[in-house]
Design a binder for this molecule. Sequence first.
Ligand code: ASP
Length: 714
Amino acid sequence: MKKYWLLFVVTLLFIRSLWAVEGMWLPILLKEINEKEMKAMGMRISAEDLYSINRSSLKDAVFLFGGGCTSEIISSQGLLLTNHHCGYGQIQSHSSLKNDYLKYGFWAKSLKDELPNKGLTATRIVRMENVTDDVLKGAIKSDGTLEQSIVDANSKRIAQQSVQGTHYEASVKPFYYGNEYYLFITETFKDIRLVGTPPSFIGKFGGDTDNWMWPRHTGDFAVFRIYAGVDNKPAEYSENNVPYKPLHHFPISLKGVQPNDFTLVYGFPGRTQQYLPSAMVKLTMNDLNPIRIQIRQKALSVIDKAMASSDELRIKYAAKQSRISNAYKKWIGENRGLKKLDAIRIKQEWESRYLQAVKGTPYESLVQQFNNLVENFRPYALANDYYNEFIFSGPEIIRYTNNYVKFIKSYQELKSKGELDKQIQALKSSAEGYFKNYDKEVDRQIMLAVLPVFTSGLDVEMFPQVLKDELSKYKNDIPAMTNSLYATTLFADKNKILGWLENVNEKSIKKMMADPMYKITDNLYQTYQDKIDKVYKEYFDKIQTAMFAFLKSLRKYLPNDRRYYPDANSTLRVSYGKVEGYSPKDGIVYHWQTTVDGIIQKYIPNDTEFDLDQRFIDLYKNKDYGRYGSNGTLPVAFTASNHTTGGNSGSPVLNANGHLIGINFDRAWESTMSDIMYDPERCRNIICDIRYVLWVIDKYADATHLVNEMTIIE
Ligand code: ASP
């Protein structure tokens, strides 16, 4: 008897570990590949409920938010829920010292108070289709590789034909490194308004200290609304637009979750690289991530200090700081996780199995090819990251100056086409936007912090000559050169730039071109183009070609080695798993849930990351949780074993019935290597419990009218 019990328990444990399901699956293939397993795990709806082209389905309530997040519809009036950190740029741009929505939050009292957001879009997938055969027609060369120009031309034609006569858009995207292709028909809405956001002490509670961490207590949500023309179709912003009437909106469950409950994340994961060979993983771990981390750490050391010093600087740099610090901390976690997993050894063992399986086939030398390619690619990959990080996480003045380099280079052409005035106007208005969030002194200090890393790390062969010459004028004294540059340049001063734009002519152009900042920038971008970008792209393409062959042969010769879901590529995916905690290290087991009690435990009065306001504290003291409370407290967040990545931010998290139970917003730090290697034991996504979201809207913010729009299941 005892023996059978043991067997039973062992079997249960085995099944349990299978419940953390690796993979981001294509909605269109769920029926074929996943439905059975999902149902065995507890799902009560069908694959057809999740994705159907014959009737409205859950996918119709899932929207790509802007370029890189996910959002979901939660009312019949187009109310859209996403993360606070996804709407952060918009919230920041509406904020000023007078209307500090970042600090105090914002809630529109009625439709007319909802705030438009220039350039923000929300995109729905109308349908998708496997078009592999059509795309590859005539594109496979005799050596088995692809003629990319034919792939591109076929893709373009298929996309164009598929939306003729409709207001939809279409694109064809490669999967499995070009082994398969899917067509996506999309509908993009262009009038998306901000309805409400909690104050930062809720939406960003815990700040960078808690970002990527569990246990977590962040109310990471914001509310928007999609507006459409009176015909319910996408329209540019207009006062006459009306709230969009969706095909589906998610009912919201207040029933809560329990450990082992089925969970599903529906969203647009951005990028994963599960099939990288060991040489690429090594390059990422040992070379690329450290460069990125080092440069960002330097920039953040300046920005964080500046933001703490004044409200004005806090508002100016909030969105930039978030962007830089988010990936910075992720890469640190990713490297630790890969090391802990012994990822390189695991990959090498996998390669040995592969080599065994492809013996005697044309793929025999592929692993060696990768090793050689990566060795040659390495110096360019390093330089590419030095340049990119310097330009995009370093001083902004370089990027800004480059707008003028481009303008001056196209001056004659613009003039002859009669487009000069239009372009000058555009530069004027971009100057307004740019300088609103710019501080010369902060930028100078960023340059002082970051430039030494750039100059000392970059390969001498790839060093920009003008910067080198300029530095030698100052005996390689970086502070002396930097201070002098910022003291004299046109580009750090709004009035000087606007003044220059008032009178653009050959003479003023000459003057601008003599500005050392202009010369450095021009040469920096040019050096990148000439010495790095070209070769980098050549190697990158060669690696992609090798990956195409690798994936093709892996699926053919090692079909049962693992499940070959396609890497994330910002297309609509489903991840499923269970509510569960994890053990980050020996002796520690993390609970799967946090509550408002933890917020109070973390509270540090007047701290930039862990402060609260009196209203919040009073509601807590009165235990005023209404219907959102459970067991005498208020649930705030929980973890589950859904395989997610960046882009899944804001994704709806659904229960077995397809009802909304939370918003996905993060992963635990120990999980961030899941972009490269997933570990079912430790990879957990972090979800803001929908009951906390509604409590904040209803009880804290008094925006009950919004809750009244929703379909609530108690
Ligand atoms: N918090 C993450 C992001 O910023 C989401 C994730 O990567 O899991 O995109």
